[in-house]
Design a protein around this ligand. Sequence first.
Ligand code: NAP
Length: 321
Amino acid sequence: MKKIVAWKSLPEDVLAYLQQHAEVVQVDPAQHDAFVAALKDADGGIGSSVKITSAMLEGANRLKALSTISVGFDQFDVADLTRRGIVLAHTPDVLTESTADTVFSLILASARRVVELAEWVKAGQWKQSLGPAHFGVDVQGKTLGIVGMGRIGGAVARRAALGFNMKVLYTNRSANAQAEQAYGARRVELAELLATADFVCLQVPLTPETKHMIGAAQLKSMKKSAILINASRGATVDEQALIEALQNGTIHGAGLDVFETEPLPADSPLLKMANVVALPHIGSATHETRHAMARNAAENLVAVLEGTLATNIVNREVLKT
Ligand code: NAP
């Protein structure tokens, strides 16, 4: 019987599905040595939110497949997996809409100061009708700049263009014809997007090219009134530069779901800023979506082990060798 290592707890029905196909060993990734030992004679692995290094896979000679319960795969050294002949599968699509909802909640919350003012009400501060000191800024009709118009970027563009009458600009290495036709999105250079957008929304994967793609110079080129939204990965933004830009009034505010270090350290200056909405990486975190992701990842894993997976493969070249 095949052996699967799970480094994330799985919904009961998903675990039962995997057990129909293999022996499933659940490990606590914090117990590093036991985790690595379990991988040594495993055929497959499933989990998320843990960096899987090359060293952890030394001697794991039976391993044929790793299945991440996420669309992003920056926790893996893909080239190393490919060299080892290990297929990496991921879960695009099933999380697109709920993550786009999170992005939009960050846009609305940042612009309308929803979190800050809700806390103000709960603190008993609402004693008279409000004046300009508590006003936010409009979302509808503004310009949204999406850096990375892929699946999630497209779902954000749909909400923006069709729901909020926003103008949509985007950058990508290749054009997204669907977003251009359906949402009137216009592909521009990053410099134009940064200089024009009222909301700059990052939805690129974290790669060597996108790491710190928004730093001090990019923040300086944004409008003073602009709001930065990041629900991609923390390291696409130079967080220290962002902190300084927010402190200096270089930009107006930020809505952040992801950070360079997660969980966000308690002494982060971001936690003290009224113009920052900080979420604990909840992009896809609904009951329905997280369940669908676990199910999808389990099905991907079984299909790789059975040699039938046709989609959701990150390193398709492994199958050609
Ligand atoms: P996707 O469909 O692959 O979209 C990514 C987009 O980024 C593509 O349009 C791609 O277009 C563009 N891109 C890639 N490299 C680029 C570069 N160097 N410069 C400019 N654009 C670049 O992926 P997705 O499903 O939308 O997911 C996007 C990312 O969101 C994931 O990788 C993950 O890190 C993050 N995410 C976060 C959460 C959360 O909980 N906060 C949840 C889900 C996903 P080109 O290839 O044409 O450049």
